[in-house]
Design a protein around this ligand. Structure first.
Ligand code: ZN
Length: 419
C-alpha cells in the first residue's frame, strides 16, 4: 500500500486474544488469536491478522502493542441511574443487619428511592454534574464507553429536566456515549397521588421531554406497590407518541404482567425479570426485546429471588447485563458485574462478556455503532492486562482495564483516565 488513504491512525497489534463480539459469532465473543485492529477517523477500519494490517502502519500511526493481553469492545452499560445526589448507606446496613421496620423507623433511616429525592432536588446542575461525573470517570476507567443514564430521582418538572441536562453535559465533557432515558415513572412524590402524578407525566413531562429530544427512551417501574402493567402501558404509549422507545423495569419484585406490556410495545429492553415466568420470557424473545437482568442489584439488596439465567437462554432471550449504578447499588464497574453474573448466576465468561458488550448495545438500539470490533463501528476498544478472557471473571477486585480507546482516541492509559 503506498497511498496515505490506506494508512491507519492507530493500530493495535499482537492481541493474544481479540474478542470481536460480532453478533453472529458461534462462540458468543468472536475470539481471534493474534488479532490486529486498525483505526482511522474514529472508526474501526480493519480487523484481521498481521499480514492484513501491518502494511497500514505509517510513521504517523500510533501503535499499541497488546502482546499477552486481551482486546475487547468497550463495555455498553445499558441500565443505570447514575445521576443522583445523596446516599442510601443507612438502608444498605439496615438490610444487612436485618433490622425490623420498627427499628428502622426508630433510628430514622430513610429507605427506597425517595431517600435520594431531596438531595437530588437540592443540588444545582453543576453540583449534580460533579457528583455524577466522578462516578462516570470511574466507569470509563473500568472500560465503559457507552452508558445509559436515566432520570427518575426528581419526580418533578425541574429536577427531571436537570437530570437529563446532566446527561447532556456528561456526553459533551467526558469521552463516553450517553443514551438518555426519561424515567419520570420511577415512583411518585410523597405529596402526590399516583393518578395525579401520572396525569402530569402524560400531559406535560413526556411531550416536553420528547419534543426537546432530551431522551431516547421512556421507562417506568412496573411492580407491586409501584406502577401496574396497565399504568405502564399508558405511560409508555405516551412515550412512543412523543418519539421515545419504551424500556421497562419489569418483574423485579413481583409478577404483574409488565413483561407482556414490554413485548406488545416492542420495548428495547425489559430489565430485572426475577419473577418473569417462562411464557413471558418467550414473549419477550419473540418480540425481539432484550432481557436485562441485573446481577448488581440482586447482590446489593440480598434479593430474595436472584434471577435465573437458564430459562432466559432456553426461551431464546438475548441477555444483556448492566451495573444498574444507583443509590441502592453503588457499582461503577462492569468487570464486577461480570464476576457476579458468572459466580452467582451461572453465566459462562463468554456469555457475560457478550451480555456486557454487543447485547448491551442492542438494548440501546446502538448495535449498528458500538458493542463489537468490526469495520465501520466506532473505535471504542479496551485492552485488559489479562492473558485470557476468562480471567475477567476470575481475578477479583483488580481493575483489568489498562487502556481504553474512545472514538479512536486513547482516553485511559496505565489504568488512568487522561481527561
Ligand atoms: Zn433501574
Amino acid at each position: 500500500m503506498n497511498s496515505t488513504a490506506g494508512k491507519a491512525e492507530l493500530v493495535i497489534k499482537n492481541a493474544k486474544e481479540l474478542l470481536t463480539c460480532k453478533d453472529d459469532s458461534p462462540d458468543l465473543i468472536g475470539l481471534v488469536n493474534d488479532g490486529w485492529v486498525a483505526v482511522s477517523g474514529g472508526l474501526i477500519t480493519e480487523v484481521g491478522a498481521k499480514k492484513d494490517i501491518e502494511p497500514m502502519i505509517s510513521a504517523e500511526t500510533e501503535v499499541i502493542d497488546a502482546s499477552g493481553k486481551v482486546v475487547a469492545p468497550g463495555f455498553v452499560d445499558s441500565h443505570t441511574h447514575v445521576v443522583f445526589g445523596g446516599s442510601r448507606v443507612g438502608e444498605y446496613f439496615a438490610k444487612i443487619e436485618k433490622l425490623s421496620q420498627e427499628e428502622i423507623k426508630r433510628r430514622g433511616i430513610e429507605t427506597g428511592i425517595l431517600t435520594t429525592l431531596t438531595p437530588t432536588r437540592g443540588l444545582p446542575v453543576e453540583g449534580l454534574y460533579d457528583q455524577t461525573a466522578a462516578r462516570v470517570r470511574d466507569m470509563i476507567v473500568s472500560g465503559t464507553t457507552t452508558l445509559e443514564s436515566k432520570s427518575g430521582y426528581g419526580l418533578d418538572h425541574d429536577t427531571e429536566l436537570k437530570q437529563l441536562e446532566v446527561n447532556e453535559l456528561l456526553a459533551q465533557r467526558l469521552p463516553i456515549n450517553i443514551a438518555s432515558t426519561f424515567l419520570g415513572a420511577h415512583g411518585w412524590p410523597h405529596d402526590s397521588a399516583k393518578e395525579a402524578y401520572m396525569d402530569f407525566l402524560i400531559r406535560e413531562m413526556i411531550p416536553l421531554v420528547g419534543n426537546s429530544k432530551l431522551a431516547k427512551f421512556c421507562d417506568a417501574w412496573c411492580d407491586e406497590g409501584h406502577y401496574t402493567a396497565e399504568d405502564c402501558r399508558v405511560i409508555l404509549e405516551a412515550g412512543i407518541a412523543a418519539g421515545m422507545r419504551p424500556k421497562l423495569h419489569s418483574e423485579g419484585y413481583s409478577y404483574i404482567g409488565g413483561a407482556e406490556v414490554a413485548a406488545e410495545l416492542h420495548a428495547a429492553s425489559a430489565d430485572h425479570l426475577n419473577y418473569a415466568p417462562r411464557h413471558s420470557l418467550r414473549k419477550l424473545a419473540e418480540a425481539g426485546v432484550i432481557g436485562t437482568p441485573l446481577p448488581g442489584i440482586d447482590f446489593a439488596v440480598g434479593h430474595p429471588l436472584p434471577f435465573e439465567l437458564a430459562p432466559m437462554i432456553e426461551e431464546g432471550l438475548e441477555v444483556a447485563i448492566a451495573t444498574n449504578c444507583c443509590p441502592g447499588c453503588w457499582c461503577t464497574s462492569m468487570p464486577f458485574i461480570i464476576i457476579l453474573a458468572c459466580r452467582r448466576h451461572g453465566f459462562s465468561a463468554e456469555r457475560a462478556i457478550r451480555a456486557a458488550t454487543i447485547a448491551g448495545a442492542k438494548a440501546l438500539d446502538l448495535a449498528g455503532e458500538v458493542g463489537s470490533i468490526e469495520p465501520g463501528k466506532r473505535a471504542d476498544i479496551q485492552i485488559w492486562n489479562l492473558e485470557q478472557h476468562e480471567d475477567v471473571a476470575y481475578h477479583y477486585m483488580t481493575n483489568p482495564v489498562g487502556v481504553v480507546i474512545k472514538d479512536g482516541a486513547v482516553v485511559v492509559r496505565d489504568s488512568r483516565i487522561l481527561i
